[in-house]
Structure formats: C-alpha cells, structure tokens
Design a protein around this ligand. Structure first.
Ligand SMILES: [Zn+2]
Length: 122
C-alpha cells in the first residue's frame, strides 16, 4: 500500500469514527426516533395505543442498533490504532497484506478476503 492510499484510508476512518460517535450519542439520547412535536392527534393516539409488546420491540431494536454501531466504532478505533502502529492493512489471521480495494470498501477490515471467506464458511 502506498502512502497516498494509507492517508486517504486514514481520513476515511477518522470521518467514520466521528460519524459513528455522533450516531451513538443520538441513539443513547433517543433523538433518532423523536416524534415531531405539533403532529397533533396522531402522535397522541400512537402513544396511547402503544402496547408493551411494541415497546419491547422498540427497545430491542434500539439495543441491536446501538450494539451494531458500537461494534463498528470498535472496528474503526482499532483500525486507527493499527494505522498508528504501522500494522494497518495486514491480515490478522495470515499476516498477508489486505487488498487496497477491499480496504477502500471496508476501511476497518482486519482480515484479507481469503481468511474472511474461510471464517464465514465455518
Ligand atoms: Zn488472511
């Protein structure tokens, strides 16, 4: 991987980290699903009709969304740490370089495509 690729991937990762951190904050504060105020009767009706099953579903959906974002954030953070250490772009499993094309599509990939395929085949 050349210096230019590394720099552009690093800035991709930095942007992604900021975006994910913001998303996590929004999920935690519940802003992402706020019902617009002033919608009038309909919102009140929905609140009234919300049964416990719906509430449980909403909570679980929020949890899995948060978990998802947190996992991605973890991946991005450790990828940035690998950039600092100079081990970024090397497969965690076989130690071979990960294809730049793959990293551009998935900047926080820590496995080359062959090892990922093997892992998914299990
Ligand atoms: Zn590998």
């Amino acid at each position: 991987m050349n210096r230019k690729d590394l720099e552009s991937l690093r800035s991709l990762l930095t942007q992604e980290k900021e975006r994910l951190e913001q998303e996590l904050t929004e999920i935690r504060s519940g802003n992402h699903e706020q019902v617009p105020s002033g919608a009038g009767g309909e919102a009140a009706y929905r609140t009234h009709m919300a049964d416990s099953a719906t509430e449980t579903f909403e909570r679980e959906r929020d949890l899995s969304l948060e978990e998802n974002v947190r996992n991605m954030l973890e991946g991005v953070t450790s990828a940035l740490a690998r950039v600092e250490k100079g081990t970024y772009g090397v497969c965690d499993v076989c130690g071979e370089p990960i294809a730049v094309e793959r990293l551009k599509a998935l900047p926080y990939a820590d496995m080359c495509i062959e090892c990922k395929k093997k892992e998914e085949a299990w």
